[in-house]
Design a protein around this ligand. Structure first.
Ligand SMILES: *[C@@H]1O[C@H](CO)[C@@H](O)[C@H](O)[C@H]1NC(C)=O
Ligand SMILES: *[C@@H]1O[C@H](CO)[C@@H](O)[C@H](O)[C@H]1NC(C)=O
Ligand SMILES: *[C@@H]1O[C@H](CO)[C@@H](O)[C@H](O)[C@H]1NC(C)=O
Ligand SMILES: *[C@@H]1O[C@H](CO)[C@@H](O)[C@H](O)[C@H]1NC(C)=O
Ligand SMILES: *[C@@H]1O[C@H](CO)[C@@H](O)[C@H](O)[C@H]1NC(C)=O
Ligand SMILES: *[C@@H]1O[C@H](CO)[C@@H](O)[C@H](O)[C@H]1NC(C)=O
Ligand SMILES: *[C@@H]1O[C@H](CO)[C@@H](O)[C@H](O)[C@H]1NC(C)=O
Ligand SMILES: *[C@@H]1O[C@H](CO)[C@@H](O)[C@H](O)[C@H]1NC(C)=O
Ligand SMILES: *[C@@H]1O[C@H](CO)[C@@H](O)[C@H](O)[C@H]1NC(C)=O
Ligand SMILES: *[C@@H]1O[C@H](CO)[C@@H](O)[C@H](O)[C@H]1NC(C)=O
Ligand SMILES: *[C@@H]1O[C@H](CO)[C@@H](O)[C@H](O)[C@H]1NC(C)=O
Length: 625
């Protein structure tokens, strides 16, 4: 008995030691204590034996993996009171989101231990009782306690929060007068629908009156916002001197003029930006203004549960629509089916959000298609992480690939600073992409069609193999692509309506991608004059005249002993782009053929390291076109 006890104890100790070296064991235990003692109806993938960092849903660790810094569990269905001494042990926690659950009870008193807290989202729960003493969280930046049952007064301790940018207390039962919240950083506020009384303090008169609505507050004449509600709060608070003194009249005039000038500049910039965007189909990168993706526009007013982001199982993200909307965003480009944005969430998670236009099916069909696409789990298919469907907005969320697409790798600015894609990488792109498409073609009883294969939809996975994205949208959208667009060069001759794409047309498009990898040329490019040249036709013409290296990318010439492989790959590509759909090989055959090219490589050639060492000629200066 005794011996057994000691044995298990030692085992436990070994376990602890092995865990400590690799991950924050105590933080992990705190989370397990939390989740095991608070009922919830959505299951979490929090397996005790899997690593907490990068694996548990909604959990983020610090860069060195020593502490947990973010816990985001919106809409998990937690009900009851937060068990004491659980979450509060995560003393390095910066972000806590438990929004949209049914958590009740008072604000947990042990949260005072979360000294590093920056973002606190507890909105849409069933908390009650007084608000806490805020002075302990010196770094609090966003506080969202709206839509709960908090009562009592708004505490003066908020004045300690010099970093506070957003304070949402709407839809509670707060009473008493609103304190004079002279907070230098405060930019967003909503106190509506409480039981507050008195008048609006001087420091908060810059906010629109809607943030005080639904209270018993007297609005005197001077309490009206001084400028248009849209512009006043942020611009004023940004320009306000840090020490918070009242601004003199001349200074105010200066600010107004400056604001006007800035506004004009912004307007001019916007117009220029729009022009530039119109000129270049792809690659426009600009900052997406909040306005473009504003919450008012995208979140429908009814907060019903069906209107949430839908995440696929095993997804490691824990953000919701609001996070996404608040994220800083950048336009990545205009794709065939709508705009793509890069969104950086406040915890630095980066995702790609595609905003679909012209979806021509209802919610049921859309969801069904997303279900098919989202459940394809393959290393060569870019995972769909989440989607959102409402009447006005359809979003798809994918991982972000910092290296950019194969298109940008191939056709990005050449010359100085450009790292040429070597042959090995190109082969890996070809093999990976082929395997990904073959996997897609095996879906729904061997019927699923990708429908939009092009190099700008291909990325490199963590093993640097090709990985395809943007699949399965042709059947549910009216393609936006105008006739002469980038996609046009990939379209098989038999496809007149993109919605009617079939698997052989995917094979054709893949063949064009192979040609792109081999030639380094865009599927539609110009030679010398204004003449548009179709890549497939161009390759055919070169090959017909003389089977030479003319056709291959100049960047590839510096790698020795690859001609044979390139020629073989060219034959595969040409087999894919034959005119008659039924004469094209099936995707699994294409995979086998490309894998055979690699086998030659493995048997007969030195490894890639040796090769790159032995070949040091300077990159040839390339003039495209
Ligand atoms: C946890 O992971 C282990 C091994 O990784 C597995 O055997 C076990 O079934 C998992 N448990 C749950 C509840 O998923
Ligand atoms: C988490 O780890 C388990 C086993 O340890 C693994 O099966 C699973 O794929 C991992 N999940 C993620 C999202 O990394
Ligand atoms: C607050 O933030 C500052 C700057 O990021 C940091 O140095 C400090 O340690 C933080 N305070 C706490 C209690 O985490
Ligand atoms: C929320 O709390 C109130 C009492 O504070 C209770 O009457 C109500 O049932 C709770 N709602 C839920 C969904 O638990
Ligand atoms: C706070 O929650 C409300 C919903 O009650 C939402 O409208 C608002 O955007 C949130 N604000 C922040 C900064 O989280
Ligand atoms: C706040 O609500 C609690 C019950 O949730 C009640 O006991 C308390 O008296 C209320 N306090 C105020 C100031 O209304
Ligand atoms: C900051 O918090 C402390 C402790 O609660 C309090 O004594 C002090 O008055 C607060 N400062 C301000 C400016 O409210
Ligand atoms: C408060 O609740 C009302 C009705 O439930 C809702 O329309 C409003 O958006 C909520 N306000 C905030 C700021 O969440
Ligand atoms: C609102 O506050 C007044 C006193 O200011 C109080 O008489 C009334 O009961 C409160 N209403 C609610 C719904 O709490
Ligand atoms: C504050 O919330 C109310 C609803 O509770 C809403 O009508 C109002 O527009 C919000 N104001 C701002 C500035 O968000
Ligand atoms: C609103 O406030 C005034 C005084 O500020 C008070 O006389 C009145 O009873 C309050 N109304 C409600 C509904 O609480």
């Amino acid at each position: 008995m005794e011996a057994l006890y000691i044995f298990t104890w030692i085992l436990h100790l070994v376990f602890i030691v092995s865990q400590v070296s690799s991950e924050p064991f105590e933080d992990k235990q705190a989370l397990l204590d939390f989740v095991n003692n608070l009922p919830h109806f959505r299951s979490l993938n929090w397996n005790e034996s899997s690593p907490v960092c990068n694996n548990w849903t909604g959990v983020k660790c610090s860069g060195d993996g020593s502490r947990i810094v973010a816990v985001r569990l919106p809409g998990v269905g937690f009900s009851g009171q937060i068990p004491p001494n659980t979450i509060s042990r995560l003393s390095a926690l910066k972000i806590l989101s438990l929004r949209s659950n049914i958590i009740s009870g008072y604000f947990p008193s042990d949260f005072v231990n979360l000294r590093s807290l920056c973002y606190l989202y507890l909105q849409f729960n069933n908390f009650s009782g007084p608000l806490p003493d805020f002075s302990v969280w010196k770094n609090l930046t966003i506080v969202n306690l709206s839509n709960n049952g908090f009562n009592g007064t708004i505490p003066l301790s908020l004045l300690n929060l010099t970093q506070l940018q957003a304070l949402y207390l709407a839809n509670n039962s707060l009473s008493g007068e609103i304190p004079d919240l002279k907070l230098p950083s405060l930019q967003q506020l909503n106190l509506s629908n409480n039981n507050l009384s008195g008048s609006i303090p001087e420091s908060l008169k810059k906010f629109p009156t809607s943030v005080f609505g639904g209270n018993n507050i007297t609005f005197d004449e001077s309490s009206a916002p001084r400028a248009s509600p849209d512009v006043a709060p942020s611009s004023e608070s940004n320009l306000r001197p840090k020490n918070g003194r009242r601004i003199g009249e001349t200074a105010l005039l200066g600010i107004i003029i400056a604001a006007a000038v800035l506004g004009l500049l912004a307007f001019v910039f916007l117009i220029i930006a729009c022009r530039v965007r119109r000129k270049r189909e792809d690659g426009f990168v600009g900052t997406l203004q909040k306005r473009e993706m504003s919450p008012e526009k995208m979140v429908s007013r009814n907060q019903d549960a069906s209107n949430r982001l839908f995440f696929f199982e095993g997804c490691n993200y824990a953000f919701d629509l609001e996070d996404l909307l608040r994220a800083s965003a950048e336009v990545l480009g205009k794709g065939t089916f709508g705009m793509a944005y890069k969104a950086i969430l406040e915890d630095a998670t980066t995702v790609v959000v595609k905003r679909l236009k012209e979806v021509n099916v209802g919610k049921r069909d859309f969801e069904q298609q997303m279900e098919i696409v989202g459940n394809i789990r393959h290393e060569n298919v870019v995972e769909l992480k989440a989607y959102y469907y409402s009447k006005d907005e359809k979003l798809m969320v994918y991982d972000y690939f910092s290296q950019g697409s194969v298109s940008s790798m191939l056709h990005g600015k050449r010359g100085e600073g450009k790292i040429p894609l070597d042959w090995d990488t190109r082969i890996r792109i070809a093999i990976g992409t082929a395997r990904g498409i073959a996997r897609i073609h095996a879906e729904t009883g061997g019927k699923l069609v990708h429908g939009n294969i092009k190099s700008s939809n291909i990325f490199l996975n963590s093993q640097q193999y090709g990985c395809v994205s943007d699949l399965g949208l042709t059947t549910i959208t009216n393609s936006l692509a105008p006739v002469i667009s980038r996609a046009a060069g990939y379209r098989a001759p038999e496809v007149t309506d993109t919605r009617k794409a079939a698997q052989p047309s995917d094979v054709y498009s893949f063949g064009v991608v192979l040609l792109e990898l081999l030639t380094g040329k865009s599927p539609i490019h110009t030679t010398g004059g204004d003449e548009l040249v179709h890549l497939v036709r161009w390759v055919h013409s070169v090959v017909r005249e003389e089977w030479t290296a003319e056709v291959f990318d100049v960047e590839l010439l510096r790698y020795p002993n690859i001609e044979e492989e390139m020629v073989e790959m060219l034959q595969i590509a040409l087999a894919c782009v034959v005119r008659m759909p039924d004469q094209r090989p099936k995707m699994p055959e294409v995979v086998k053929m490309i894998e055979n090219v690699r086998r030659i490589d493995a048997d007969n050639r030195p490894s890639s390291e040796n090769k790159s060492e032995s070949s040091t000629p300077p990159p040839p200066v390339v003039a495209e076109n």
